[in-house]
Design a protein around this ligand. Sequence first.
Ligand code: SF4
Ligand code: FES
Length: 250
Amino acid sequence: MNTKVTVSILRYRPEQDEHPVWQDYAVPFSDDLSVLGALNHIKDELDGTLSFRWSCRQAICGSCGMMVDGKPALACKTFLRDYPQGVKIEALAHFPIERDLVVVMDSFIEKLESVKPYLIPKEAKSLQEGEYLQTPAEMDVYSQFAGCINCMLCYAACPQVGLNPDFIGPGAIALLQRYNLDSRDGGSDERMALINSQVGVFNCTAVGYCSEVCPKMVDPANAVNINKMASARDFFFRFLPSPDQKGGCK
Ligand code: SF4
Ligand code: FES
Protein backbone atom coordinates (compact mmCIF):
# COMPACT_ATOMS: atom_id res chain seq x y z
CA MET A 1 0.00 0.00 0.00
CA ASN A 2 1.15 3.57 -0.68
CA THR A 3 2.55 5.26 2.36
CA LYS A 4 1.63 8.62 0.90
CA VAL A 5 -1.44 9.83 -0.92
CA THR A 6 -1.68 12.83 -3.22
CA VAL A 7 -4.04 15.54 -2.07
CA SER A 8 -4.71 18.01 -4.91
CA ILE A 9 -6.08 21.34 -3.76
CA LEU A 10 -7.54 24.13 -5.87
CA ARG A 11 -5.66 27.16 -4.54
CA TYR A 12 -6.71 30.77 -4.92
CA ARG A 13 -4.70 33.58 -3.37
CA PRO A 14 -6.20 36.76 -4.78
CA GLU A 15 -2.97 38.76 -4.37
CA GLN A 16 -1.05 36.41 -6.71
CA ASP A 17 -3.46 34.11 -8.61
CA GLU A 18 -5.43 35.49 -11.53
CA HIS A 19 -7.42 32.22 -11.53
CA PRO A 20 -7.60 29.26 -9.12
CA VAL A 21 -4.72 26.78 -9.70
CA TRP A 22 -4.23 23.15 -8.63
CA GLN A 23 -1.43 22.29 -6.24
CA ASP A 24 -0.47 18.76 -5.17
CA TYR A 25 0.73 17.66 -1.75
CA ALA A 26 1.99 14.21 -0.69
CA VAL A 27 0.38 13.37 2.65
CA PRO A 28 1.34 10.35 4.83
CA PHE A 29 -1.56 7.91 4.61
CA SER A 30 -3.27 6.32 7.57
CA ASP A 31 -6.63 4.58 7.82
CA ASP A 32 -8.01 7.03 10.35
CA LEU A 33 -6.82 10.26 8.72
CA SER A 34 -9.70 12.54 7.74
CA VAL A 35 -9.53 15.02 4.88
CA LEU A 36 -9.45 17.72 7.56
CA GLY A 37 -6.53 15.91 9.21
CA ALA A 38 -4.74 15.89 5.85
CA LEU A 39 -5.34 19.62 5.39
CA ASN A 40 -4.00 20.30 8.87
CA HIS A 41 -0.93 18.17 8.08
CA ILE A 42 -0.35 20.26 4.94
CA LYS A 43 -0.84 23.50 6.86
CA ASP A 44 1.42 22.47 9.78
CA GLU A 45 4.15 20.56 7.93
CA LEU A 46 4.18 21.42 4.22
CA ASP A 47 2.62 24.78 3.38
CA GLY A 48 1.48 27.27 6.00
CA THR A 49 -0.18 29.50 3.38
CA LEU A 50 -3.13 27.13 2.84
CA SER A 51 -6.46 28.56 4.06
CA PHE A 52 -9.57 26.60 5.11
CA ARG A 53 -12.25 26.79 7.79
CA TRP A 54 -12.75 24.31 10.59
CA SER A 55 -13.46 24.20 14.29
CA CYS A 56 -15.10 21.20 15.99
CA ARG A 57 -13.67 18.20 14.05
CA GLN A 58 -16.91 16.36 14.97
CA ALA A 59 -19.46 17.26 12.26
CA ILE A 60 -21.09 19.75 14.62
CA CYS A 61 -19.94 23.29 13.75
CA GLY A 62 -20.61 23.05 10.00
CA SER A 63 -17.54 25.09 9.04
CA CYS A 64 -15.44 22.54 7.09
CA GLY A 65 -17.71 22.06 4.07
CA MET A 66 -15.85 21.66 0.76
CA MET A 67 -15.90 19.68 -2.49
CA VAL A 68 -14.17 16.32 -2.08
CA ASP A 69 -13.67 14.66 -5.47
CA GLY A 70 -16.50 16.82 -6.79
CA LYS A 71 -19.01 16.07 -4.02
CA PRO A 72 -20.03 18.40 -1.19
CA ALA A 73 -18.76 16.94 2.11
CA LEU A 74 -17.56 17.81 5.59
CA ALA A 75 -13.78 17.45 5.62
CA CYS A 76 -13.84 16.18 9.21
CA LYS A 77 -16.35 13.42 8.35
CA THR A 78 -14.58 12.23 5.18
CA PHE A 79 -11.58 9.91 5.30
CA LEU A 80 -8.55 9.44 3.04
CA ARG A 81 -9.03 5.66 3.23
CA ASP A 82 -11.92 6.14 0.77
CA TYR A 83 -9.52 7.81 -1.71
CA PRO A 84 -6.47 5.52 -1.85
CA GLN A 85 -5.58 6.78 -5.35
CA GLY A 86 -5.59 10.44 -4.29
CA VAL A 87 -8.24 13.09 -3.78
CA LYS A 88 -9.16 16.49 -5.23
CA ILE A 89 -10.29 19.20 -2.83
CA GLU A 90 -12.03 22.43 -3.89
CA ALA A 91 -14.02 25.21 -2.26
CA LEU A 92 -17.78 24.61 -2.00
CA ALA A 93 -19.51 24.95 -5.35
CA HIS A 94 -21.92 27.84 -6.03
CA PHE A 95 -20.16 30.27 -3.69
CA PRO A 96 -17.53 32.89 -4.56
CA ILE A 97 -14.06 31.87 -3.37
CA GLU A 98 -12.55 34.25 -0.86
CA ARG A 99 -9.25 32.38 -0.52
CA ASP A 100 -8.28 28.73 -1.21
CA LEU A 101 -11.06 26.63 0.40
CA VAL A 102 -12.75 29.58 2.13
CA VAL A 103 -15.93 30.86 0.47
CA VAL A 104 -17.87 34.11 0.84
CA MET A 105 -20.93 33.29 2.98
CA ASP A 106 -22.74 36.63 2.95
CA SER A 107 -25.55 35.56 0.60
CA PHE A 108 -26.21 32.43 2.68
CA ILE A 109 -26.45 34.44 5.91
CA GLU A 110 -28.86 36.89 4.23
CA LYS A 111 -31.02 33.97 3.09
CA LEU A 112 -31.13 32.55 6.62
CA GLU A 113 -32.19 35.95 7.95
CA SER A 114 -34.86 36.32 5.26
CA VAL A 115 -36.94 33.38 6.60
CA LYS A 116 -37.48 35.14 9.97
CA PRO A 117 -35.71 32.38 11.94
CA TYR A 118 -37.19 33.22 15.32
CA LEU A 119 -40.44 32.63 17.16
CA ILE A 120 -43.23 34.99 16.17
CA PRO A 121 -45.65 34.32 19.04
CA LYS A 122 -49.27 33.54 18.23
CA GLU A 123 -50.34 35.74 21.12
CA ALA A 124 -48.07 38.23 22.81
CA LYS A 125 -47.55 37.53 26.51
CA SER A 126 -46.24 39.81 29.20
CA LEU A 127 -43.18 38.75 31.18
CA GLN A 128 -45.42 38.23 34.20
CA GLU A 129 -47.38 35.57 32.28
CA GLY A 130 -44.26 33.40 32.00
CA GLU A 131 -42.55 31.45 29.23
CA TYR A 132 -43.98 30.00 26.03
CA LEU A 133 -44.05 26.36 27.10
CA GLN A 134 -43.87 23.30 24.88
CA THR A 135 -44.16 19.54 25.46
CA PRO A 136 -41.45 17.09 24.30
CA ALA A 137 -43.95 15.72 21.75
CA GLU A 138 -44.45 19.20 20.31
CA MET A 139 -40.68 19.63 20.07
CA ASP A 140 -40.37 16.29 18.25
CA VAL A 141 -42.52 17.69 15.43
CA TYR A 142 -39.77 20.10 14.28
CA SER A 143 -36.57 18.65 15.78
CA GLN A 144 -35.40 17.07 12.51
CA PHE A 145 -35.34 20.48 10.81
CA ALA A 146 -33.65 22.01 13.87
CA GLY A 147 -30.64 19.72 13.34
CA CYS A 148 -29.18 21.89 10.56
CA ILE A 149 -25.58 22.98 11.21
CA ASN A 150 -25.51 25.58 8.41
CA CYS A 151 -22.76 23.73 6.57
CA MET A 152 -24.06 24.83 3.13
CA LEU A 153 -23.43 21.42 1.55
CA CYS A 154 -27.02 21.41 0.28
CA TYR A 155 -26.37 24.73 -1.54
CA ALA A 156 -23.29 23.29 -3.24
CA ALA A 157 -25.39 20.25 -4.24
CA CYS A 158 -28.38 22.17 -5.59
CA PRO A 159 -28.29 22.74 -9.37
CA GLN A 160 -30.95 25.44 -9.06
CA VAL A 161 -28.82 27.46 -6.63
CA GLY A 162 -26.11 27.21 -9.28
CA LEU A 163 -28.47 28.55 -11.95
CA ASN A 164 -30.20 31.18 -9.81
CA PRO A 165 -28.04 32.36 -6.90
CA ASP A 166 -31.02 34.34 -5.53
CA PHE A 167 -33.05 31.15 -4.81
CA ILE A 168 -33.31 31.03 -1.01
CA GLY A 169 -32.30 27.38 -1.23
CA PRO A 170 -32.72 24.16 0.74
CA GLY A 171 -31.06 24.98 4.07
CA ALA A 172 -32.94 28.24 4.59
CA ILE A 173 -36.25 26.55 3.70
CA ALA A 174 -35.50 23.78 6.24
CA LEU A 175 -34.93 26.50 8.83
CA LEU A 176 -38.18 28.18 7.83
CA GLN A 177 -39.99 24.88 8.25
CA ARG A 178 -38.43 24.39 11.69
CA TYR A 179 -40.20 27.59 12.85
CA ASN A 180 -43.44 26.99 10.97
CA LEU A 181 -43.81 23.63 12.76
CA ASP A 182 -43.11 25.06 16.21
CA SER A 183 -46.25 24.98 18.38
CA ARG A 184 -45.28 28.37 19.87
CA ASP A 185 -44.95 30.10 16.50
CA GLY A 186 -47.60 32.01 14.57
CA GLY A 187 -45.42 33.40 11.78
CA SER A 188 -46.14 31.00 8.91
CA ASP A 189 -48.39 33.53 7.11
CA GLU A 190 -45.61 36.13 7.26
CA ARG A 191 -43.12 33.62 5.84
CA MET A 192 -45.48 32.58 3.03
CA ALA A 193 -44.73 35.72 0.99
CA LEU A 194 -41.11 34.58 0.64
CA ILE A 195 -42.11 30.99 -0.14
CA ASN A 196 -44.40 32.23 -2.94
CA SER A 197 -41.91 34.77 -4.33
CA GLN A 198 -39.59 34.64 -7.35
CA VAL A 199 -36.81 33.35 -5.07
CA GLY A 200 -39.11 30.83 -3.35
CA VAL A 201 -39.79 27.10 -3.47
CA PHE A 202 -40.84 26.82 -7.09
CA ASN A 203 -37.24 27.35 -8.18
CA CYS A 204 -36.71 23.77 -6.98
CA THR A 205 -36.91 21.05 -9.63
CA ALA A 206 -36.92 18.19 -7.09
CA VAL A 207 -33.48 16.76 -7.80
CA GLY A 208 -33.12 15.74 -4.14
CA TYR A 209 -29.31 15.81 -4.04
CA CYS A 210 -29.49 18.37 -1.20
CA SER A 211 -30.90 15.73 1.15
CA GLU A 212 -28.43 13.13 -0.09
CA VAL A 213 -25.40 15.21 0.91
CA CYS A 214 -26.83 16.57 4.17
CA PRO A 215 -24.60 15.26 6.98
CA LYS A 216 -27.29 15.67 9.66
CA MET A 217 -30.28 13.93 8.02
CA VAL A 218 -32.23 17.21 7.99
CA ASP A 219 -33.87 16.32 4.67
CA PRO A 220 -34.14 19.85 3.26
CA ALA A 221 -35.77 18.46 0.08
CA ASN A 222 -38.70 17.39 2.22
CA ALA A 223 -38.96 20.88 3.71
CA VAL A 224 -39.07 22.30 0.17
CA ASN A 225 -41.76 19.81 -0.90
CA ILE A 226 -43.92 20.54 2.16
CA ASN A 227 -43.72 24.24 1.34
CA LYS A 228 -44.58 23.69 -2.31
CA MET A 229 -47.81 22.07 -1.07
CA ALA A 230 -48.37 24.91 1.41
CA SER A 231 -47.84 27.47 -1.36
CA ALA A 232 -50.32 25.70 -3.67
CA ARG A 233 -52.91 25.58 -0.84
CA ASP A 234 -52.32 29.27 -0.15
CA PHE A 235 -52.93 30.06 -3.82
CA PHE A 236 -56.18 28.11 -4.11
CA PHE A 237 -57.57 29.36 -0.78
CA ARG A 238 -57.50 32.87 -2.24
CA PHE A 239 -60.39 31.86 -4.50
CA LEU A 240 -62.59 30.64 -1.67
CA PRO A 241 -65.13 33.09 -0.26
CA SER A 242 -64.26 34.54 3.11
CA PRO A 243 -66.62 33.51 5.97
CA ASP A 244 -68.43 36.90 5.87
CA GLN A 245 -69.14 36.62 2.10
CA LYS A 246 -72.48 35.09 1.13
CA GLY A 247 -73.18 33.15 -2.02
CA GLY A 248 -69.63 31.86 -2.69
CA CYS A 249 -67.77 32.18 -5.99
CA LYS A 250 -69.45 32.85 -9.28
S1 SF4 B 1 -29.84 21.27 5.62
FE1 SF4 B 1 -28.14 19.78 5.92
S2 SF4 B 1 -26.73 20.20 4.20
FE2 SF4 B 1 -28.10 21.96 4.34
S3 SF4 B 1 -27.00 23.48 5.61
FE3 SF4 B 1 -28.33 22.25 7.00
S4 SF4 B 1 -27.06 20.57 7.73
FE4 SF4 B 1 -26.00 21.44 5.94
S1 FES C 1 -14.85 20.91 11.74
FE1 FES C 1 -16.86 21.25 12.54
S2 FES C 1 -18.16 20.25 11.09
FE2 FES C 1 -16.15 19.76 10.42
